[in-house]
Design a protein around this ligand. Structure first.
Ligand code: SAM
Length: 366
């Protein structure tokens, strides 16, 4: 779901925390390929709309665009996962955090980095399970909200990023790195530059998780058509809207990992997401890599979307494209047996309904 589609149902009312109101300041591994292709990240971008000349480089505009969406708390929530309020955000965050903890075999001594941490939806839930949790994001506004939401946690820190650089992190300094629902927004070159950076900062044997949209899946394809049919945002000066979604096929992601110097342990292709877990294999014995692969593989059922989650997501795509009315979505949910996923989607629809009662009528519908 895109920010613009969700935003039409949400009322950006809440203000940002004070500080953020200011303007935004065998294994299949190719060891040795990293340095050859690494290049300097792009310099700090100009603010969107500045200059009024020709559109800036493809892939630019992340910082200004994401800062603009997160000028208010409601705008930021809509942009990270379409949550209408804190409760839905927490339900969704806890669900996804379980998935990431399973993928990364998170332990209580781990030093964990999230790239594109947004409002700390996942970090708030993961930090209590690891030694240190570091949230990095391109948007200072997102970070300000995340800081506020995690202020009760003693082991969190934040860092603001430029386009694709992880300069703040020394080589081999992190046990786990992940990025959920972020690389879907990146230009492919930026995605690859980040993978190279991750291969640098991860310690040998450390784990990395990320996901992106799967074009080879039927629902993934329908989701892609939403982007295709979305009229261009007239307020967006970039040729590619930095908030729009990118899609891939599994083999492509496998290639990026390999050439970035990361060793693939898991690459799923059976849902609307491509999900991958990789390690830095430098100096590791083949038996150590195999053992990691087996441990991650054992967690596969907790990593890939459950059948019920897939069904609900498919319905959400129908809902967002107007093929399923709010009342039909409600009836669909009411007929499903209780589960964590149904609670999550039911709470989401109920809160969205409250914001749109004038158009949708009373809740629950007759
Ligand atoms: C859809 S949100 C997901 C946030 C968070 N990962 C979650 O799942 O709740 C995407 C996030 O990626 C951040 N982002 C976008 N482009 C980025 C980039 N080039 N580098 C780092 N973060 C980026 C945005 O500011 C935003 O917070």
């Amino acid at each position: 779901m895109t920010f613009r589609q969700i935003a039409q149902f949400l009322n950006p009312a809440q203000k940002l925390p004070k500080e953020a109101e200011k303007p935004p300041a065998s294994t299949g591994c190719l060891a040795g390929s990293v340095e050859e292709t690494r290049r300097s990240p792009a310099p700090e971008e100009p603010a969107a709309g500045v200059g009024g000349g020709s559109p800036p480089l493809e892939g630019g505009g992340y910082k200004s665009s994401w800062n603009r969406t997160s000028m208010t708390i409601a705008g930021a929530f809509a942009a990270v996962d379409g949550s209408p309020d804190e409760e839905v955000l927490r339900l969704h965050g806890a669900y996804m955090a379980d998935m990431i903890a399973a993928a990364l075999l998170v332990s209580e001594t781990d030093r964990v980095l999230e790239i594109g941490c947004g409002v700390g939806r996942l970090g708030r839930e993961l930090a209590p399970r690891c030694g240190r949790w570091i949230g990095a994001d391109i948007s200072e506004n997102m970070i300000a909200i995340a800081r506020e939401r995690t202020q009760h946690l003693p082991n969190v820190e934040f860092t603001a990023l430029t386009r694709t650089a992880l300069d703040a992190f020394p080589d081999n300094s992190l046990d786990k790195v992940y990025s959920h629902a972020v690389f879907i927004h990146l230009d492919k070159v930026d995605l690859f530059l980040y993978l190279q950076e991750i291969a640098r900062v991860l310690r040998p044997g450390g784990l990395f998780y990320f996901d992106t949209w799967n074009l080879a899946d039927e629902v993934g394809w329908k989701r892609w058509l939403i982007e295709v049919n979305q009229p261009p945002d007239p307020n967006q000066p970039w040729r590619k809207d930095p908030l729009s979604n990118q899609f891939s096929v599994p083999a492509e992601i496998g290639l990026y990992l390999k050439h970035a110097g990361l060793c693939e342990l898991l690459l799923t292709s059976d849902s609307f997401w491509i999900q991958t877990v990789a390690t830095k294999a430098t100096g590791l014995a083949p038996s150590a890599i195999e053992s990691l692969r087996e441990r991650v593989e054992r967690n596969r059922p907790r990593i890939v979307p459950t059948p019920i989650f897939r069904e609900l997501f498919a319905a959400q795509v129908e809902f967002m494209t107007g093929r399923l009315s709010p009342a039909e979505a409600y009836r669909h949910l009411s007929q499903m047996p209780d589960s964590r996923e149904v609670t999550l989607y039911r709470t989401w629809l109920e809160r969205l309904w409250q914001l749109n009662q004038t158009q949708w009528g009373p809740y629950p519908p007759k």
